[in-house]
Ligand binder design. Structure first.
Ligand SMILES: [Zn+2]
Ligand SMILES: [Zn+2]
Length: 316
């Protein structure tokens, strides 16, 4: 089978044996994968990664202990948890200290013709959701995680900083929740997209100071947090969605003086994301910039790294 491999900043496609299916796991044929910024960072060698990346995918179950799964179109949660530690028992396998992570940490990823994941990680994709939309479930779940962590009142004004792929998903999720979303960004075409989702956009001009009780930093840049602190009202909350490699410098004085709550936020449960896509309450069709076959992964990675690129898909 074909498998994408990252090694020393190079992307290659190799011929490999099909993975063996451990008990309790499904063997899944890749239908579609999505390249995200984390994959680009793994390519650059962050986290010392080498091997097959890919954690955003839709596939078809080929083999499983339970035959009901066979032939099902699925998406899969990416954390493989131990199942019996304190965190797992609390239903927080995403924080299991013994977890491996699909395509990121010690479990080969989805950018290959066949992959394996525990059955417990899988979710059937409802027929109404096309494969190239379902591939957004993982990043959309990360956007939904915000509402799992903080209680944002409906109609509350929320500033979403950043108009990239994740920022545009977050804007839509908070809008669907009933918040009054103001999307801040620098890319005209992306803000136009946000506006087409009926989101109020704020471009170019200086962001207002101490204006919001809720600010989401999805800029992906190391200045995002400083900007967010400036924009937050006393006793307000900042949700941190930018994973920046390296240190982020921040003046802690305004955080302390204004008693601002900082909330780190990572991945989330898939159910709310599937529900939003199924109900058409979040749109992802305009977030795709290219779809290429798995064999063209080197080109796909180059395109995904271009400034302003949206989601690049790899078809299995
Ligand atoms: Zn990702
Ligand atoms: Zn565990």
């Amino acid at each position: 089978m074909l498998a994408v491999c990252l090694n020393n900043g190079m992307v290659s496609v190799r011929d490999q044996h099909r993975p063996r299916r451990p008990d309790g796991f499904a063997l899944i044929r890749l239908l579609c994968g999505g390249i995200c910024n984390t994959d680009l960072e793994l390519k650059r060698g962050y986290y010392g990664f080498r091997g097959t990346p890919g954690h955003e995918f839709v596939g078809e179950v080929i083999a499983a202990d339970d035959s009901h799964w066979i032939g099902q179109r699925v998406v899969g949660e990416i954390n493989l948890a131990c199942g019996h530690c304190e965190w797992c028992e609390r239903g927080l396998g995403r924080h299991c200290p013994r977890r491996t992570v699909l395509g990121i940490m010690e479990h080969p990823g989805a950018f290959r013709e066949f992959l394996t994941l525990p059955l417990g990680n899988l979710h059937r994709v409802p027929r109404e959701i096309p494969t190239e939309h379902a591939v957004f479930v993982e990043p959309l779940a990360a956007a939904c995680e915000i509402l799992n962590q903080v209680r944002i009142p409906t109609r509350a004004p929320v500033a979403v900083l950043g108009d990239g792929k994740l920022g545009l998903l977050i804007g839509q999720v908070l809008k669907a929740h009933g918040a009054e979303v103001h999307q801040y960004g620098h890319h005209k075409d992306k803000l136009r997209l946000a506006a087409s989702f009926d989101i109020e956009v704020r471009a170019g001009k200086k962001p207002p100071v101490a204006a919001y009780d809720w600010v989401v930093d999805a800029t992906g840049s190391s200045d995002g947090l400083t900007q967010a602190v400036k924009m937050t009202r006393p006793r307000g909350t900042i949700i941190m969605k930018s994973t920046v490699h390296g240190l982020v410098k921040i003046d802690s004085a305004p955080v302390i003086v204004n008693e601002i709550t900082l909330v780190g936020s990572r991945c989330g449960r898939f159910e709310p994301a599937l529900k939003l896509l199924r109900g058409g309450r979040v749109r992802v069709d305009n977030l795709i910039s290219e779809a290429l076959p798995l064999q063209q992964a080197p080109l796909a990675f180059r395109l995904a790294a271009q400034p302003g690129a949206m989601k690049v898909l790899l078809n299995g």
